[in-house]
Design a protein around this ligand. Structure first.
Ligand code: HEM
Length: 498
C-alpha cells in the first residue's frame, strides 16, 4: 500500500511538472512573440558559465532581428528588447513602471542589498536624489589632484617594469582604478597603482575571481533572486563587508568633528546622510549599513568597468597608429600645458579623446544589457502586454553592433562620434552608461578616470601590438563573469616617446 501511494505521488508530481513545463514553453508562442528555444531547466540561461552574457546578447540580436524577443530565466518569462523606441519607453518615458531592476541581493547581506545598484524604492529614489549632486562636474573637479597624482603614478609603474611587453593591462589598470575609486569613496590613502597591493586591492581582486561559488551567487542575484536568501548568497563576501565596515567606522570617527563644510569626497557626502530618515517614512533610517553599501557599490561599480574600458582603449590604440597620432596631437596641443596637470575641464572638452573613449565603450560596453522589471502589467506595443513582474532587458550591445546603426561595427572608428556625425547616431542605440533616471551615476567619474589615464599614457608612450597577440576583435571575453571583460591577459609594447 505504502509503495502504491509513493508511486501515485511520484506519477502525480511528474504529470504536474510536465503540465507546468508545457505551459511555460508555450508562454511566448501564445502571445505571438518570437522567442528562443528554452532548455527544460535553465530556460534560456544554458549559456551561463560557458559564454559571456554580453556576447550571448550580441548573438541573439544578430540571429533574431525582432524589436523584442521572448526568453526564459529558468522558467520565468523574460523579454529582451532590441528596439531603440521600446528602449526609450522602458528607460525614460515609462520609467514609473520600470523603476526597479529585476536583480536583487536579498536581505541577508545588507551591504549588498541596500546599495543604489541593487535596492529599489523607496530607498533607491531617496538615495539617488541625494547622491546625484555629488557627481556633478563641478563637484568632481575637486578631485583634480587625486586624478593627477594617480595617473602620474600609473606612468611611474609602467616605467618601473623592466619588460613592458609583459605588463598585464587589466591588472595594472584595475590597480589604478581601485586606488582612484577606493580613495574617493572611502577616503583612505592607498597605493596599489605603484605596488599592485593593498587592503582595498585585496577586495577588488576578490571580485575578479570567478570561481563556481561566486558564479552561483551572481547568477542567482541576477536571474533567480528568490534563491539569494534561501541559500544566503551574497553580493560581497563576508570578509569584504567586514573590511568596508571597519574602514568606514575609522574614517567616520576621524571626520566626526569636521563641521559642516562642503563635502570634499564621496565619503564626506555620504556621511552627511547618516541618521536622516527617509522623507515619508520615519521608520526607515539611513543607517551605517546604508552608507557603507553606497561606498561599496561605488568601488564595485567603478573599478572593473573603468579598468576594463581602459584596457580595451589602450589595446585598440596599439593596433591603430593613425588614431594614436591624432590623439597625441590633440592632447599635446589642447590639454598639456607643461605644468604636469591635465586639467579636468580641458580633458572633458578634448573632442577626439572623447570619441576614442566612446568608440571603446561602443565595442566593449562592460554592461551590454540593461536590467529592469515591470511593476504593473505593461503594453509594449499594439500586439503585446507583459505581466507585472516580467524582467525586461535592453540589448544595448546588440544595437551597438548593428551594421545598420553603426556601419562596419567590428572596426574601431572614433570618427563616428565626431560632432558633425552626431546626427547619424539614432537615440537609444548607444547605451554604455544606460539611460534615464536609473542610468550610471558614476558616468562622469568613470569618464574622468579614462580621460586622465589615456592622455597620460599617450603623452608618454607610443603603443604597438606585441607580435602574436590577438586582434582586438579576437580576444577572449570572460566566460564566467556577467560583465563584458577581457578573459585573457592582454599586453602591448609601451615605447617611451622621448
Ligand atoms: C566606464 C565606466 C563605467 C561604465 C561603462 C558603467 C556602466 C554602468 C551601467 C550600464 C549601469 C546601469 C545603467 C542602467 O541600468 O541604465 C551602471 C549603473 C551604476 N553605476 Fe556605472 N559604469 C561605469 C563607472 C562607474 C563608476 C566610476 C561608478 C561609481 C563612482 C559607478 C557606479 C554605478 C552605480 C552606483 C550604478 C547604479 C545606479 C542606479 O541604479 O541608480 N559606475 N553603470
Amino acid at each position: 500500500m505504502f509503495w502504491i501511494l509513493i508511486n501515485c505521488f511520484g506519477i502525480s508530481v511528474c504529470i504536474w511538472v510536465y503540465y507546468k513545463w508545457t505551459r511555460v514553453k508555450r508562454y511566448w508562442a501564445e502571445k505571438g512573440v518570437p522567442h528562443l528555444t528554452p532548455h527544460p531547466i535553465l530556460g534560456s540561461l544554458s549559456f551561463l558559465q560557458r559564454e559571456n552574457p554580453g556576447v550571448w546578447m550580441r548573438k541573439i540580436y544578430e540571429n533574431h532581428k525582432h524589436p523584442y524577443l521572448g526568453a526564459w530565466w529558468f522558467w520565468r518569462p523574460a523579454l529582451i528588447v532590441n528596439s531603440p523606441d521600446i528602449a526609450r519607453n522602458v528607460l525614460v518615458k515609462d520609467f514609473p513602471v520600470f523603476r526597479d531592476r529585476f536583480l536583487s541581493s536579498g536581505k541577508t547581506d545588507p551591504i549588498g542589498g541596500l546599495n543604489l545598484f541593487t535596492t529599489n524604492d523607496p530607498l533607491w529614489s531617496w538615495i539617488r536624489r541625494r547622491l546625484a549632486p555629488i557627481f556633478t562636474a563641478s563637484k568632481l573637479r575637486a578631485l583634480q589632484n587625486l586624478f593627477d597624482t594617480k595617473s602620474k603614478e600609473l606612468i611611474q609603474r609602467i616605467n618601473n617594469e623592466k619588460d613592458k611587453t609583459k605588463i598585464n593591462l587589466k591588472i595594472v589598470f584595475t590597480d589604478f582604478t581601485t586606488d582612484i575609486i577606493g580613495i574617493a569613496s572611502f577616503g583612505i590613502a592607498s597605493d596599489s597603482t605603484l605596488t599592485g597591493e593593498g587592503p582595498m586591492r585585496t577586495v577588488t581582486h576578490g571580485f575578479m575571481n570567478f570561481d563556481l561559488y561566486r558564479g552561483l551567487c551572481w547568477s542567482s542575484i541576477f536571474f533567480w533572486p528568490e534563491l539569494v536568501d534561501i541559500f544566503r548568497f551574497s553580493f560581497f563576501p563576508k570578509s569584504t563587508t567586514d573590511y568596508f565596515l571597519r574602514i568606514f567606522r575609522s574614517i567616520a570617527q576621524e571626520r566626526a568633528n569636521k563641521g559642516d563644510d562642503e563635502p570634499k569626497d564621496l565619503m564626506d557626502a555620504l556621511l552627511k546622510l547618516r541618521n536622516k530618515t527617509i522623507d515619508d517614512d520615519e521608520d526607515i533610517e539611513v543607517s551605517e549599513d546604508v552608507i557603507v553599501a553606497q561606498a561599496a557599490a561605488f568601488v564595485l561599480g567603478g573599478f572593473d568597468t573603468s579598468g576594463s574600458s581602459l584596457t580595451m582603449a589602450i589595446y585598440e590604440l596599439a593596433f591603430h597608429p593613425q588614431i594614436q597620432d591624432k590623439l597625441y596631437k590633440e592632447i599635446k596641443q589642447e590639454v598639456d600645458d607643461g605644468t604636469g596637470i591635465l586639467n579636468v575641464t580641458k580633458l572633458a572638452e578634448a573632442t577626439y579623446l572623447n570619441c576614442v573613449i566612446k568608440e571603446t565603450l561602443r565595442k566593449f560596453s562592460p554592461m551590454g544589457w540593461l536590467d529592469r522589471v515591470a511593476m504593473n502589467d505593461y503594453r509594449v506595443d499594439e500586439n503585446l502586454i507583459i505581466s507585472a513582474g516580467t524582467p525586461v532587458y535592453i540589448n544595448a550591445i546588440g544595437m551597438q553592433y548593428d551594421p545598420e546603426l553603426f556601419p562596419e561595427p567590428e572596426r574601431f572608428i572614433p570618427e563616428r562620434f565626431l560632432p558633425e556625425n552626431k546626427m547619424d547616431i539614432k537615440s537609444f542605440t548607444y547605451l554604455p552608461f544606460g539611460d534615464g533616471p536609473r542610468n550610471c551615476i558614476g558616468q562622469r567619474f568613470g569618464l574622468m578616470t579614462l580621460r586622465h589615464a589615456i592622455s597620460r599614457i599617450i603623452l608618454n608612450y607610443k603603443l604597438e601590438p606585441v607580435p602574436g597577440s590577438p586582434l582586438p576583435n579576437e580576444i577572449e571575453i570572460e566566460k564566467r563573469g556577467l560583465f563584458l571583460f577581457p578573459g585573457e591577459p592582454l599586453h602591448v609594447k609601451f615605447l617611451p616617446r622621448e
